[in-house]
Write a protein that binds this ligand. Structure first.
Ligand SMILES: Cc1cc2nc3c(=O)[nH]c(=O)nc-3n(C[C@H](O)[C@H](O)[C@H](O)COP(=O)(O)OP(=O)(O)OC[C@H]3O[C@@H](n4cnc5c(N)ncnc54)[C@H](O)[C@@H]3O)c2cc1C
Length: 305
């Protein structure tokens, strides 16, 4: 079975790349390659003897450039299984690559097995409330759920790096501006997320000092995004990002199921809400029934002191 990993650190961080590598090693495979954006190479330079194809276009915000770079990197040796850590790269080009190579595209995958030439996958459904098992014969582009696979235990060898640097045709003149404000959510260890309960853009912006004190990334509910306080790339939930931080702080978020499904991978959840019946408390390890604006000055003092 030919297995390849396609990744760029900007979207996913080192841990998901290592998880994809771990899965690749566990499945075994005759032709294994790790194909990356250049920025990712240094971080995985210890991964050992795998082929690293490197293409600057993979980091380009323009989907055309990224897609062209991915095609060049994959070349003629179409893999049976192309692993992409779940993130913007998968969303941008996963389905398109699958179409090009006549493969299936499956996202939110948390289990992969190879059996008798077939690929068996498990993926989340209904916002994580159920799992679906799939069997594929014709090849799969799989978006791997962050934290679902053990990371590769890698040695100190030097990888074989194959630089493929010419740019895909036609892409050079195109440029789009990409919203990068939520890029780090996927690998954040601490996330401070704000919802409509913050009441205003200023209220949402007021979370920045807290995020700064905790070294956290800023997330948001869809309501906060719809209000224009946060960018769409910061939205956590079924139609936003799936996150798996060590600590998730939900402030002024009611806890709708669509939001919960995006944060369900969090290790510790602390919720602040003034409504003691808010559903977020069902999902929280620590619930604080309080008006955020009443407690924030005290919390700030405690954290700064
Ligand atoms: C198809 C579909 C997809 C969706 N996808 C997503 C998604 O990906 N992500 C997502 O988040 N939502 C999603 N939603 C929307 C979701 O259903 C909710 O509407 C949304 O999550 C509510 O956001 P919220 O909790 O910020 O706002 P609200 O539900 O309005 O909750 C605000 C909360 O703040 C509390 N509050 C108010 N003032 C204060 C204060 N001063 N201090 C403390 N607490 C206070 C209130 O008690 C309340 O519980 C989706 C909906 C649909 C139909």
């Amino acid at each position: 079975m030919r297995i390849a990993v396609l990744a760029r650190l900007a979207d996913v961080g080192e841990a998901p790349v290592r998880e994809a590598m771990g899965l690749m090693a566990a499945l075994g495979g005759e032709a294994q390659s790790l194909i990356l954006a250049p920025a990712a190479v240094a971080a995985v330079a210890a991964l050992g003897e795998v082929r690293l194809g490197v293409h600057p276009g993979l980091e380009d915000p323009d989907p055309e450039m990224t897609y062209g770079a991915a095609l060049r990197l994959i070349g003629d040796s179409r893999p049976d299984l192309l692993l992409l850590p779940e993130g913007q790269l998968f969303e941008m080009i996963g389905a398109r690559l699958a179409g090009h190579f006549g493969m299936s595209a499956v996202r939110d995958v948390d289990e992969v097995r190879a059996e008798g030439g077939e690929i068996l996958l498990r993926k989340g459904a209904y916002g994580g409330k159920a799992n679906v098992r799939l069997r594929a014969r014709a090849g799969v582009v799989a978006g791997l759920r962050a934290g679902a696979f053990p990371a590769a235990d890698v040695g100190p060898q030097t990888p074989v790096v194959e630089e493929i640097s010419s740019l895909p045709e036609g892409g050079q003149e195109r440029r789009t501006v990409r919203d990068t404000s939520g890029d780090d959510l996927g690998r954040a260890k601490v996330i401070v997320s704000g919802g409509r309960g913050l009441g205003s853009r200023e209220g949402y912006e007021g979370l920045r000092p807290l995020a700064g004190l905790l070294g956290a990334s800023l997330g948001a509910s869809r309501a906060a995004v719809d209000e224009g306080w946060a960018s769409p790339s910061q939205q956590v939930g079924i139609t936003g990002r799936k996150v798996a931080p060590e600590l998730y702080l939900a402030i002024g978020i009611s806890g709708a199921s669509q939001h919960l499904s995006g944060m369900s991978g969090s290790r510790l959840v602390i919720a602040v809400n003034r409504d003691e019946h808010a559903p977020i408390f069902e999902a929280a390890d620590i619930g604080v029934v309080a008006d955020w604006y009443q407690i924030w000055p005290h919390l700030q003092k405690a954290l700064e002191g």
